[in-house]
Design a protein around this ligand. Structure first.
Ligand code: GLC
Length: 538
C-alpha cells in the first residue's frame, strides 16, 4: 500500500542486500541460511533499513552461488525449507521490513528438469526449443554457431553429445552467456514466459514484496544469433578491467545478445501481474545497459519499478565524475517519471572502500560517497558488510569458488563475498557456531570490525550508517529536485530541498557554507571539511 503521503514504499526505500550464503549460518555447515537471516532481521531494523533483498536460495548445484537455479519454486536444503521462507517473511513484516527475492529468468541451471529433458530429447524436439540449441559451423559442426563470448570467459557455447543410442557422435551446441552450467532460455518460446509468470505468482502468493530481476537485459538475443561485430576471428580478448568484470556494456559496442527491444514486452506483462496484488509489489532490474537512457527504458511507467543505476559504482573518486553521474541519472529517469536508484557495492564488484584506494583513506572516501548517495532522491541499495566498512578480501586461490575466477584467472568476486563477522575475536566471528568453518575463509584481523565491536563504538562505520539512515528519514525526503551548486571542481556541492551536501574529493580542507550540521562522514578540522569527507547541512 502507498504510504500516507501517497508515495509507494519502494520509491525512497533503503534496501539491504543479503547475500544468503554469507550472512548468518544457523546450522554450522559453513553456509549462511534462511533461519540465519530471520534471526538477524532485528539487526537490520536497528540499522534502519526499509527492505531486504535476498540473493537466490533455490535448489541449485551452486556452480554460480545459486544464480544457477534448478527449481524456481523451492528452497535448496542447504539454505532451509519453504517454511523457513514463510517464517522469514512473517518476521520481516512484523518488524516492518519488506522482502525482495531474486529472480533468475535469463538462464536455468543445467540441472533444471527442462535442460535434462532437452539433452535427452535431441535435436529438433520441443524440449530443446526452450533453450538455444544450434548446429555448429564448419566441417562436422565443430565450431560454435557464432563468435559470442561468455561473460565469464571463453566461448558462450558448449557442445553436447548426440543422444541417439549408440551414435557416439557429437551433436548440437547450446548458448550460455554465463557459465556452461547456466544454459540460456529461449524467451521467444511461449512456454518460457508462461513458466516465469507462474514463478512470479508462486512467490507473490507467499507474500514477497518484490523481485530483483537478474540479468534483466539478457532475455532476448537477436533472433538470427548473428556474430557480434568487432570481435576478432577466433574470439576476442577477454576484458581485463574491473568494469568489464561487472558486465558493463561499452557504449557503441555491437551487442546482439543484450538489451533487445522485445524484452520490454516481458516487463510490461510482469507489471500487470505485480499490480494484481495489493501492497505495491515491485521489481528492480539488474540491467547493465549501454547508456542511462537505455536503462531508463526498463522503468517506464508500465514496466519495472526500478533499475540498478551502476553509474556511481563505475565512477572514479572525483567530484566532477560524481556530478556527472547525478546529473546524468536524474536526466535519464525524469522523462519516464521513475525514481532513481543508487548503489556503491554488491556481490559482483570490488567493495567500495577498496575501490577508493583501501586503508583508512579508502574507508573515509567510502563513507563520504555513502553519505552523499543517501542524500539523493530515489532509493539506495546497501550491500551487507558495507555498514562495517569491510574491504575486499584477498581470498587464497585454493579457497576460491567463483566461476569467473576459474574461467578467466582474473580478480573474481569471492573477495566481496566473505561472510559477515558478527562478534568475537576469531573466525567464524559468530557467523556460524564455533568450530564451523565458513565457506570462504575469514581474515584473522577482523576482531575490531565485528558488528558487536562496532555497535559499542559511536565513531564506528556501523554507527555512522545507523546515524545516516536515521538522518535520511528526517531530512532527505524533500522532493526529487537536486541542484548542483557551482563550486570548485574538487568539491561536489548539491542541494535538495532544505538539505545541503558537500563531498570533498580534493586534497585541501574546504570552508562550509552556512547551515546547521546534521551529520558528517568523518571529523571536521577546525570547522573545515577535510579531504575525503562529506557533510549534510540544513
Ligand atoms: C548477475 C548476478 C551474478 C551472476 C550473474 C549470472 O549478474 O548478480 O552474481 O553471476 O547474474 O546469473
Amino acid at each position: 500500500m502507498a504510504g500516507a503521503d501517497g508515495v509507494p514504499w519502494w520509491r525512497d526505500a533503503v534496501f539491504y542486500q543479503v547475500y544468503v550464503r554469507s550472512f548468518a549460518d544457523s546450522d554450522g555447515d559453513g553456509l549462511g541460511d534462511l533461519p540465519g537471516i530471520t534471526s538477524r532481521l532485528r539487526y537490520l531494523c536497528d540499522l534502519g533499513v526499509d527492505a531486504v533483498w535476498i540473493t537466490p536460495f533455490y535448489p541449485s548445484p551452486q556452480h554460480d552461488a545459486g544464480y544457477d537455479v534448478a527449481d524456481y519454486r523451492s528452497v535448496d536444503p542447504r539454505f532451509g525449507r519453504l517454511e523457513d521462507v514463510d517464517a522469514l517473511l512473517a518476521r520481516a513484516h512484523d518488524l516492518g521490513l519488506r522482502v525482495v527475492v531474486d529472480l533468475v529468468p535469463n538462464h536455468t541451471s543445467s540441472e533444471h528438469v527442462w535442460f535434462r529433458q532437452a539433452l535427452a530429447a535431441g535435436p529438433g524436439s520441443p524440449e530443446r526449443a526452450r533453450y538455444l540449441f544450434r548446429k555448429g559451423r564448419g566441417p562436422g559442426g565443430d565450431r560454435p554457431p557464432n563468435n559470442w563470448e561468455s561473460v565469464f570467459g571463453g566461448p558462450a557455447w558448449t557442445r553436447v553429445d548426440d543422444p541417439t543410442p549408440g551414435s557416439g557422435s557429437r551433436g548440437e551446441w547450446y548458448l550460455h552467456l554465463f557459465d556452461r552450467s547456466q544454459p540460456d532460455l529461449d524467451w521467444r518460446n511461449p512456454e518460457v514466459p508462461a513458466m516465469f509468470e507462474e514463478v512470479l505468482r508462486f512467490w507473490l502468493d507467499r507474500g514477497v514484496d518484490g523481485f530483483r530481476v537478474d540479468v534483466a537485459h539478457g532475455l532476448f538475443k537477436v533472433e538470427s544469433l548473428r556474430d557480434q561485430r568487432g570481435i576478432p576471428a577466433g574470439g576476442g580478448d577477454l576484458p581485463s578491467d574491473r568494469e568489464e568484470r561487472s558486465m558493463v556494456a561499452r557504449e557503441a559496442r555491437d551487442e546482439p545478445m543484450w538489451d533487445q527491444p522485445e524484452v520490454h514486452e516481458v516487463y510490461r506483462s510482469w507489471r500487470g501481474v505485480l499490480e494484481e496484488y495489493s501492497g505495491d509489489r515491485m521489481a528492480v532490474a539488474e540491467a547493465w545497459t549501454q547508456t542511462p537512457q537505455s536503462m531508463a527504458r526498463y522503468v517506464r511507467p508500465d514496466e519495472l519499478h526500478q533499475a540498478f543505476n551502476f553509474a556511481w559504482l563505475l565512477a572514479p573518486w572525483s567530484a566532477s565524475a560524481f556530478a556527472d553521474v547525478v546529473r546524468g541519472t536524474l536526466a535519464a529517469v525524469a522523462p519516464v517519471g521513475a525514481a532513481p536508484t543508487w548503489v556503491l557495492s554488491n556481490h559482483d564488484v570490488v567493495r567500495h572502500p577498496t575501490r577508493y584506494g583501501g586503508g583508512s583513506r579508502g574507508l573515509a572516501r567510502a563513507r563520504a560517497a555513502t553519505l552523499t548517495m543517501l542524500a539523493l532522491p530515489g532509493s539506495a541499495y546497501v550491500y551487507q558488510g558495507e555498514e562495517l566498512g569491510l574491504e575486499e578480501v584477498d581470498v587464497p586461490p585454493e579457497s576460491r569458488q567463483d566461476p569467473y575466477w576459474f574461467r578467466t584467472g582474473k580478480v573474481g568476486r569471492d573477495g566481496a563475498r566473505v561472510p559477515i563477522p558478527w562478534r568475537g575475536t576469531r573466525s567464524p566471528y559468530g557467523f556460524g557456531p564455533r568450530g564451523a568453518s565458513p565457506w570462504l575463509p575469514m581474515p584473522d584481523d577482523w576482531a575490531q570490525l565485528t558488528v558487536a565491536a562496532q555497535r559499542r563504538d559511536p565513531g564506528s562505520t556501523w554507527s555512522f550508517y545507523r546515524d545516516a539512515l536515521r538522518a535520511r528519514r528526517r531530512v532527505a525526503r524533500d522532493g526529487d529536485d537536486v541542484e548542483l551548486v557551482e563550486g570548485r571542481s574538487t568539491v561536489l556541492h548539491l542541494r535538495r530541498g532544505g538539505l545541503t551536501v558537500l563531498c570533498n574529493c580534493g586534497t585541501r580542507p574546504v570552508r562550509l557554507p552556512a547551515g546547521e550540521v546534521v551529520l558528517a562522514s568523518g571529523r571536521l578540522e577546525r570547522g573545515l571539511l577535510p579531504p575525503d569527507t562529506a557533510i549534510w547541512l540544513v
